[in-house]
Design a protein around this ligand. Structure first.
Ligand SMILES: Cc1ncc(COP(=O)(O)O)c(C=O)c1O
Length: 426
């Protein structure tokens, strides 16, 4: 039976047999037992599917990955220990020393650092482009050794909306896949594969878990990118892997499974970054209500943004679902049912006013986290970006007055009342 999206959130990825546990079992075991060495050998040769060591695969994690795969409309998926690991693996699976990647400049700071500093040290070079650039400017960023394009559906913290079709078109014209970090939108609000993206990543730490309980990540493959059309560029997928029993991933697993099998067999084997079965179980509890929660996060954020926009002590509000926002039209195209729960705004009076405001909040809590059931709020200038002076902050696009609020699932009126009383103190 072809189930609808909401039903997949609740029941996807795991169908118990007669008398089996209703909830996904937590297989808290590093290892798995076999009757003969021959049985186990078939697993190592990737000739039979099964489990032998939880650094590579674990049944609990696989059920949860299968659910996220269904939600995104992909063909294969894997969980990782964090969103950072997901983005690193997603890129490193196809780009290594001497290769080049085009990325939107408007991405999460941790991803920017991973790409611009750490992966650069590994010999992978990135060109960062303005997400609002013209097609010509985007095309000009490609090089013969470009292996992928990267962007975030809704960027954290700038809240820019990626023109996925524009980026997919440029990527495909240059024979490379588009990787989209869909953390903020979640598949409830946007499914990037439907717009031409080839690979999707998530920090499941955010809305997917949604309760601030488990750090994790996920990579999903659409199975649509034809690696075999560029066998030299993607030799890593189209020729035999001597480090893994000579397997040629595209031949053995087809387009549907090659990319994720390689990431599991090579990267998980060598680098770890596995998600624990306990965390995967907690993540699945979050996924069971994702479709219900996202709706409320978005309603609350829109109510808060609309209130802030009219407040005399607020100088600006940035929320892509708010009419008049620079990204409103793109949000209506890619995120018509809602974007995310995160709103940023500026308080008149700059740094001092923002600090006073933060101090007096009672419902919103000061945290670096976002996308939690509980409202969390951050003033980057006095916390994550405190080493920068006001001029440096302005250059980084994070003004001293900027406050980022991740609207939780509380009553919207309580969030507004809380903001109102804290602004009275400013
Ligand atoms: C869009 C985005 N991608 C990736 C990450 C990294 O995820 P994690 O913190 O789970 O490693 C974050 C973290 O905030 C994020 O916001």
């Amino acid at each position: 039976m072809d189930l609808r999206f909401n039903t997949k959130c609740v029941q996807g990825g795991y169908t118990p047999g007669n008398g089996e546990p209703r909830q996904i079992p937590i297989i808290q075991s590093t290892t798995f037992k076999y009757d003969t060495s021959e049985d186990m050998g078939k697993l190592f040769d990737l000739e039979a599917s099964g489990y032998f060591y939880s650094r590579l695969q674990n049944p609990t994690c696989d059920h949860v990955a299968a659910k996220i795969c269904e939600l995104e409309g992909g063909t294969a998926a894997m969980l990782t220990g964090s969103g950072q690991a997901a983005n690193f693996y997603a890129v490193f699976n196809i780009a290594s020393c001497g290769d080049h990647v085009v990325s939107s400049a408007s991405i999460y700071g941790g991803s920017y650092n991973l790409f611009a500093v750490t992966m650069k040290r590994m010999g992978v070079e990135f060109t960062f482009v303005d997400p609002d650039c013209t097609e010509e400017e985007l095309n000009a960023a490609f090089r013969p050794n470009t292996k992928a394009v990267f962007g975030e559906t809704i960027a954290n913290p700038a809240l820019t909306v990626l023109d996925i079709e524009k980026f997919a078109k440029a990527a495909h014209a240059h024979g490379v896949p588009l990787i989209v970090d869909n953390t903020f939108a979640t598949p409830v609000n946007c499914r990037p594969f439907e717009w031409g993206a080839d690979i999707v990543t998530h920090s499941t730490t955010k809305y997917m878990d949604g309760h601030g309980a488990a750090v994790g990540g996920c990579i999903v493959d659409s199975g649509k990118f034809d690696w075999t059309a560029y066998p030299e560029k993607f030799a890593c997928l189209c020729t035999s892997d001597e480090s893994y029993h000579g397997v040629t991933y595209t031949e053995r697993f087809g387009l549907a499974g090659a990319y994720i099998t390689k990431a599991t067999a090579q990267l998980m084997r060598d680098l770890g970054s596995v998600q624990s079965p306990q965390s995967a179980f907690i993540l699945n509890l979050g996924l069971e209500s994702l479709h219900v929660r996202m709706k409320r996060h978005c309603e609350n954020a829109l109510a808060v943004a609309s209130y802030l926009e009219k407040h005399p002590k607020i100088s600006w509000v940035n929320y892509c679902s708010l009419p008049g926002n620079k990204y409103y039209d793109l949000a209506q195209k890619y995120l018509p049912n809602g974007s995310c729960g995160v709103v940023s705004f500026g308080i008149k009076g700059g740094r001092a006013a923002a600090e006073t405001f933060m101090k007096h909040l009672k419902v919103g809590a000061i945290e670096t986290h976002v996308a939690d059931a509980r409202t969390c709020i951050l003033h980057p200038a006095s916390s994550t970006h405190r080493q920068m002076n006001d001029a440096e902050l302005a250059a980084a696009g994070v003004g001293a007055d900027l406050v980022r609020m991740s609207c939780g699932l509380e009553d919207a009126q309580d969030l507004i009342d809380d903001i109102a009383q804290a602004l009275e103190q400013v």
